[in-house]
Design a protein around this ligand. Structure first.
Ligand code: FAD
Length: 467
């Protein structure tokens, strides 16, 4: 018959928000059903963070193999078989999504592959080709994520790609236009460039990676230019015309209209929350803001108290670790725990070359908050490890409160910035001062020593540069 099946917690969407929420809810004793209309792992594992990083590391490997000259290494005939690169990427995705499925099963989370639609505030139906059971839930966590924004003049299809298709091209394009130089466009543009593709980035702002500090993005822009990427800033892409073998983009810059032709066009101009469509949020009266994001409180609770929303469909940085963090909080709130989200310390990383990473406040943000700011910046070039890696372009910048010497934020640009930033998240979370960091012994020779020396510098007594 069509009776509802009873569960404690329904999780809609199995991305890094949903699957983490489901596991945490199960750990806390709830009977949990997670549904996804596509694949376990969501955007992040299938068409986002993981496949992009797999391709980026392959591109880096290729580039290193070709450019060992500084180390006295010359390699001839370095070749790439991009179908094998794609196989590598697919195998990484498969391992991880398989791992997540195993974890869900191990935690006794029921998994249903299908699309969820609310019937009312306590029931949802989930559909796939074969069946459409309905479930009555005590609590629900919505984690339906986001999708690439499609602009009218650049409809996806054929030679016009979203990030999803750009991660699965069957062969290396000889040329690529990227509209939107945010972190996704910059990462994928550099990845293809390293593989030998001629890349042109068209960006509306005055720099690539407009979300990061200028002194950081300058280093990325310099590297891009040195490696043959053309960056067109302050430009507005206007239209595209495609044939069966290429695509031409018209754009305006300084009042002039110009055009550029390439094999493919990748459009990365942001993402839209999956809060519209068949899901039925309007039907059950869930409140959205003007951008289509679900309004939630500090535990992720919507205006309907037993329904929560997390990840890319709520405000804040659209990042996987932020989605997972909110997922844990929502599952704990359902269990009656006093967990709340605190956005003070969410790191953001661009896996560009060099990498850019930030956590806590930037100098400007700290000033805007009314702090008397002390900022210190230490160069990679004065670090033995960076030099021995032959990769010494970058810096660590520490933002602290001049009065209390509390660390308020940190920005890193350079090799391994993505890993260096973790220590600073902990420092800020724990209320560390500059001295706490300076007195922490960092192994030699490591990039971590740069962090300690940046604190020494702020305190006025660095060893490896003149104060
Ligand atoms: P998603 O991962 O989007 O998952 C939502 C899931 O819900 C999907 O699987 C979808 O099928 C399912 N769904 C939607 N509607 C329904 C429905 N009605 N019924 C059932 N299921 C439904 N973030 C980082 O932190 N680091 C990175 O390096 C990084 N790189 C990225 C690179 C790219 C190319 C892209 C596109 C994104 C990247 N991101 C990165 C962002 C990251 O992928 C997202 O922030 C993250 O996936 C959001 O997680 P989520 O759980 O909110 O939703």
């Amino acid at each position: 018959g069509d009776a509802s099946l009873d569960i404690d917690t329904l999780v809609i969407g199995a991305g890094p928000g949903g699957y983490v929420a489901a596991i945490r809810a199960a750990q806390l004793g709830q009977s949990v059903l997670i549904v996804d209309k596509a694949h376990v792992g969501g955007v992040c594992l299938n068409v986002g963070c993981i496949p992009s990083k797999a391709l980026i590391s392959a591109a880096h490997q290729y580039e290193s193999a070709k450019h060992g000259d500084a180390f006295g290494i010359t390699a001839e005939n370095v070749k790439v078989d991009f179908s094998k690169t794609q196989e590598f990427k697919n195998s990484v995705v498969k391992k991880l999504t398989g791992g997540v499925s195993g974890l869900l099963k191990g935690n006794k989370v029921q998994v249903f592959e299908g699309e969820a639609m609310f019937i009312n505030q306590n029931e949802a139906r989930v559909f796939n080709e074969h069946e459409s059971p309905r479930y009555r839930f005590k609590n629900c966590i919505i984690a339906t994520g986001s999708r690439p924004i499609e602009l009218k003049p650049f409809p996806f299809g054929g030679r016009i790609l979203s990030s999803t298709e750009a991660l699965s091209l069957p062969e290396l394009p000889s040329s690529l236009i990227v509209i939107g130089g945010g972190y996704i466009g910059a990462e994928l543009g550099q990845m293809y460039s390293k593989f030998g593709t001629k890349v042109t980035i068209i960006e509306g702002a005055d720099t690539v990676l407009p979300g990061f500090d200028k002194d950081m993005t300058q280093l990325v822009a310099k590297n891009m230019k040195n490696t043959g990427i053309e960056i067109i800033t302050n430009a507005k892409a206007e239209s595209a015309e495609q044939t069966d073998k290429d695509v031409t983009v018209k754009y305006s810059v300084n009042g002039e209209t110009k055009e550029v032709t390439a094999d493919y066009l990748l459009v990365t101009v942001g993402r839209r929350p999956n809060t519209d469509g068949e899901l039925g949020l309007d039907l059950i009266g869930i409140e959205l803001d003007e951008r289509g994001l679900v309004k939630v409180d500090h535990q992720g609770r919507t205006n309907i108290p037993h329904i929560f929303a997390i990840g890319d469909i709520v405000a804040g940085p659209a990042l996987a670790h932020k989605a997972s963090y909110e997922g844990k909080v929502a599952a704990e709130a359902i269990a009656g725990l006093p967990s709340v989200v605190d956005y003070k310390c969410i790191p953001a990383v661009a896996f560009t070359d060099p990498e850019c990473a930030t956590v806590g406040y930037t100098e400007q943000q700290a000033k805007d908050k009314g702090y008397k700011v002390k900022s210190s910046k230490f160069p990679y070039a004065a670090n033995g490890r960076a030099l021995s890696l032959n990769n010494a372009d970058g810096f660590v910048k520490l933002i602290s409160d001049e009065e209390t010497e509390l660390v308020l934020g940190c920005q890193v640009v350079g090799i391994e910035a993505s890993n260096l930033i973790a220590e600073l998240g902990l420092a800020i979370e724990m209320g560390a001062t500059l001295e706490d960091i300076a007195l922490t012994i960092h192994a030699h020779p490591t990039l971590g020593e740069i962090v300690a020396e940046t604190a020494d510098l702020a305190l006025g007594h660095p060893i490896h540069i003149m104060a």
